[in-house]
Ligand binder design. Structure first.
Ligand code: EPU
Length: 336
């Protein structure tokens, strides 16, 4: 059912109060196709978990809220299982479902806000694991002609926080389900990330299980990242910039303490959180919005901030980082 003039505040993790001109909660694929046919001449706006967007103005379109639910086992062998989850499933609840069944592969991605259907768009990642590591395929509907297409892992062109859905196919498809391959036995744990090791050690765990890793990730995230239920935010607002070795050398001349990760022989990733902190923004508060005090990569809405205020702050941060370090930081969040 299409409803007029609906506040999107409950539908975006930043908690920005803008209105949708029209709004429709879509619970089946048929209903989704039906709306696409009916609205073919009108503007539409696809809303998933609302966890990676900053809304700066009212949406003068029909907002289709993708609320498709269900988790299904497609096939399994002794040690592997192929699981299909519908796009509207909450990502973290899906991770908990996997843990309950002792299916390994997504435990490092615990507590990431958002829905299953939006996970491939930016190839969600945390603590040494990315969605692409367990991804098999996803189904998506072409907005123009309502046909269904299956995208394999190669089709998706996953990279760090990137996929084909953010690039050449942007705005053309609606992901309706995601299929992953998970491990039933011989779980390959990814505990190299320093904070996870530390957390497991602190808990006195020698032989970690996927549940232990998930608990460690949850504890780390809760200590650094604000819970959108308490403070509006969209996780990392910026991507970590990848720069050339030459540029990194220049950075080290002025800032020998700069942290970094090797991407390839030529490329180095520098944590944007460090750049932003060094630029003096960590914990800075302007009225109802600001920069989180425990992780400078996260911009927050303390109450009734406007999306445009947060956008202006983001631009100021980008300009300042560019001026001080000569490094461009790109937003990870979609600004709409
Ligand atoms: N740092 C600072 N100050 C800060 C924040 C970070 O100096 O305020 C430096 C520290 O040197 C720290 C390093 O940055 O050691 C890395 O920080 P952290 O481990 O918090 O990771 P990140 O690179 O800032 C990325 C992801 C997060 C993900 C973590 C863990 C991006 C843009 N962000 O953050 O993803 O949880 O790694 O894997 O890649 C998200 O995308 O929403 C998100 C939270």
């Amino acid at each position: 059912m299409v409803v007029e003039n609906v506040s999107l505040k409950p539908y975006n993790t930043f908690g920005i109060d803008v209105n949708a001109k029209f709004f429709c909660n879509v619970s089946t694929v048929d209903e989704l196709k039906h709306q696409l046919v009916k609205q073919s001449n009108n503007p539409i706006f696809i809303l998933g978990g609302g966890s990676n967007m900053l809304l700066t103005k009212d949406i003068e379109a029909l907002v289709l809220h993708i609320n498709l639910k269900g988790i299904e086992i497609l096939s399994e062998s002794e040690d592997k299982v192929i699981v299909k989850a519908m796009a509207g499933e909450n990502w973290h609840e899906f991770v908990l479902w996997c843990l309950k069944h002792n299916y390994g592969g997504v435990e490092n991605l615990s507590l990431i806000p958002g829905n299953v259907g939006t996970a491939p768009i930016q190839n969600i990642g945390a603590y040494g694991v990315e969605l692409k590591d367990v991804f098999v395929s996803c189904e998506a509907i072409n907005i123009q002609n309502q046909t269904t297409k299956t995208f394999t892992k190669d089709d998706c062109k996953f990279k760090y926080r990137e996929s084909v859905f953010k690039q050449e196919l942007k705005g053309q498809y609606i992901i309706t389900s995601v299929t992953l391959e998970l491990a039933k036995t011989n779980h390959q744990l990814h505990t190299d990330y320093g904070a996870i090791k530390q957390e497991l050690e602190n808990s006195g765990i020698m032989q970690a299980t996927i549940k232990n890793v998930s608990d460690a990730v949850i504890a780390i995230r809760q200590s650094k990242l604000p819970d959108p239920k308490d403070i509006g935010n969209s996780g990392s607002f910026f991507k970590n910039p990848v720069i050339s070795k030459k540029q990194f050398k220049k950075l080290l001349e002025n800032f020998p303490e700069a942290p970094s990760y090797k991407v390839s022989d030529e490329l180095i990733k520098v944590p944007a959180g460090w750049l932003i902190e060094k630029a003096g923004f960590k914990g800075k508060r302007f009225n109802n919005y600001g920069v989180h005090n425990k992780q400078a990569l996260v911009l927050v809405n303390y109450g009734s901030a406007k999306g445009s205020d947060i956008h202006q702050l983001a631009q100021l941060i980008q300009k300042t980082v560019k001026r001080i370090f000569d490094i461009t930081i790109e937003t990870e969040v979609n600004i709409l």
